[in-house]
Write a protein that binds this ligand. Structure first.
Ligand SMILES: Cc1cc2nc3c(=O)[nH]c(=O)nc-3n(C[C@H](O)[C@H](O)[C@H](O)COP(=O)(O)OP(=O)(O)OC[C@H]3O[C@@H](n4cnc5c(N)ncnc54)[C@H](O)[C@@H]3O)c2cc1C
Length: 547
């Protein structure tokens, strides 16, 4: 197969500007004119990273020396750049805070272990010293997963796994690969591609996110229709905890007890540090065909896509934009605000062997035509494929121009999908309009299952003087609408700190207690990501410290 948009280099990011600096983008003139019509008037330039002041380092030299004794002095850093680069994640509030100089959540130090054993030793040390630990893979959390509570702790360290970046093994017969947690998406595809395989996991954060974070936050890639969600790919994993090591997944499937792999997947660094994951891999596709479709409206398009996922054949990529998103064309920044073709745009993609692609495409085309779709051809589909990692680059210039732009997602059963979309759209619109900043609310179906689908919203409006508080009100309204609609608070971004209260409400107090009990067993001192996933998980102050 020839080089593709998935064959990207692994590059160092700016502390708060997305992606490969070489791909930084500017807003087209048409976009600026449209922004003025939305009341966006004041540019909101960011501080330079060097001008952001960090809190004093709370850990003393003796503590840092203990960490250095495990990983080596050069792999412990309290330097400004290292702490700033590990301050929170990539949600818009995270960026707004750093852009305005608020780095109050900065870790006191960053530790870079090189092996599973070093991770275990560091966790034991943190338990003994009462230092909170933030497991850090790619750092692309958008739900506050990297900003734990620090009350009751001597300090906070980020445990950056980037030195755990190797392919441990590939089993070509079983089609599995064991990958270390710090491998970023492009490195995984390059390594597996050399063996003739693909992981097939392509989230929009592909350039930044890593294996450990995919597993810890149960990520879903844009080709999930064909390759599955990340949690469906995992057949085994190794977890480092303050009390030792847990190895799970001695066979692909088992009837021996509950599937504890699923307890670790989605645990967001609260139970331990995932140091490696064994995933199923697929042969690198021979052929890839992407096409776009137009449906007269969202309901017709959703019904057509539902037919494919319920009765087949299923494409590898399947998504449907609503009328508003179709008009904006977020997938192609160069055409942004240039207007789409009207109706609702869907993208179908097929990857596999030539015969498989041809057969699935022919059958799916017949289904979609019969369901009211008009095939527009490969141009739009290819533009989407090639631009799929570019949309996040737009956020920085939009924030610079004074636009508040953020995304959120949820998932429900098919029978509830349209009511959920309406409820979230209304909640966001009302909450932002009440603040004098009527928004643009765009939505697409991003991941589909036989029984339901996820909705992904993009919201844009003018920033007020306090955009963090402005977004907080809007997001709280959206969370309440999601709960009231009976949908899940997240399909793939996870819980972090932002969704912890809503998640607790969603699963109920008994389930929360069960999670707390597991946490106590694995992390008795409560040092791992306190306050992430479940609010008020036992902090050191009220936890029995036993190792
Ligand atoms: C622009 C953009 C686009 C995005 N698009 C998608 C998308 O398409 N699909 C999707 O699913 N998500 C998406 N996300 C969200 C994010 O990329 C995912 O949640 C991803 O799985 C996080 O991976 P990471 O390596 O960056 O994890 P991190 O941000 O490093 O960590 C995520 C959480 O897991 C914990 N953690 C990290 N590593 C480990 C480990 N090894 N063991 C235990 N806990 C750990 C962290 O403490 C944190 O709580 C997007 C984010 C951005 C900024």
């Amino acid at each position: 197969m020839t080089a593709s948009e998935n064959d990207l280099p692994v590059v160092a990011f700016h502390p708060f500007r997305w992606g490969d600096p070489a791909h930084a983008t500017h807003l087209p003139t048409a976009a600026k004119e449209t922004l003025a019509a939305f009341g966006v008037k004041q540019p909101a330039p960011a501080l330079e990273p060097g001008a952001v002041t960090l809190p004093d380092v709370a850990l003393d030299a003796a503590t840092l020396a203990e960490f250095a004794a495990v990983v080596g002095e050069e792999h412990v850093s309290s330097a400004h750049e290292a702490r700033l680069a590990h301050t929170r994640g990539w949600s818009t509030p995270d960026l707004l805070k750093l852009r305005s100089g608020d780095a109050s959540d900065a870790p006191d130090a960053v530790l870079y272990p090189a092996s599973h054993d070093e991770v275990v030793t560091l966790l034991q040390l943190c338990g003994r010293l009462g230092v909170a630990v933030v497991p850090y893979s790619g750092g692309t959390s958008v739900v506050g997963g990297l900003a734990p509570a620090r009350e009751g702790f001597a300090g906070v360290v980020a445990l950056d796994l980037k030195r755990l970046d190797a392919v441990v093994s590939v089993d070509a017969v079983s089609r599995t690969a064991t990958l270390q947690a710090g491998m970023r998406g492009p490195a995984v595809e390059a390594a597996l591609g050399a063996e003739g395989f693909t992981l097939g996991h392509f989230p929009q954060s592909y350039e930044g996110a890593s294996i450990g974070g995919y597993a810890a936050a149960r990520s879903a890639g844009q080709s999930s229709a064909g390759y599955g969600r990340f949690d469906e790919m995992v057949v085994g994993l190794t977890l480092a905890t303050p009390r030792g090591t847990v190895v799970l997944g001695t066979a692909p499937k088992s009837a021996a007890g509950p599937d504890l792999r699923q307890l670790v997947l989605g645990s967001e660094g609260t139970l331990g540090v995932i140091t490696s994951v064994t995933v199923r891999v697929r042969p690198r596709p021979e052929v890839r065909i992407f096409e776009s479709w137009r449906f007269p409206d969202f309901e017709t398009g959703a019904a057509a896509l539902r037919r494919l996922v319920q009765d087949g054949p299923e494409p590898t990529v399947l998504r449907l934009s609503d009328e508003a998103e179709t008009g904006i064309n977020l997938a192609d920044p160069s055409a942004m605000f240039g207007g789409g073709p009207g109706g609702c745009l869907a993208v179908t993609g097929y990857e596999g062997s030539a015969a498989d692609v041809e057969a699935r495409r022919a059958d799916a085309t017949a289904v979609l035509r019969e369901a009211g779709g008009e095939l527009l051809g490969p141009e739009g589909g290819e533009a989407w494929r090639q631009g799929r990692y570019r949309a996040p680059y737009l956020r920085d210039p939009l924030l610079d121009e004074g636009v508040l732009i953020e995304t959120l997602e949820t998932v429900t059963f098919w029978s509830n999908l349209h009511a959920l979309r309406a409820a979230v759209t209304t909640a966001l619109t009302d909450a932002l309009t009440a603040q004098g900043t009527p928004p643009l609310v765009l939505c697409h179906i991003s991941h589909l299952y036989e029984t339901g689908a996820s909705l992904y919203f993009t919201v844009a409006c003018a920033q007020t003087d306090d955009p963090v508080a402005q977004w907080h009100l809007a997001k709280s309204a959206a969370n309440a609408a999601i709960r009231a609609s009976g949908a899940a608070i997240s399909h793939h971004h996870g819980v972090g700190t932002d969704h912890a209260a809503t998640y607790a409400d969603e699963i109920g107090p008994l389930a929360v207690d069960a999670l707390r009990a597991v946490k106590r067993a694995l992390d008795p001192a409560g040092v791992l990501n306190p306050g992430v996933l479940i609010e008020n998980l036992p902090l050191r102050a009220d936890a029995a410290v036993t190792e």
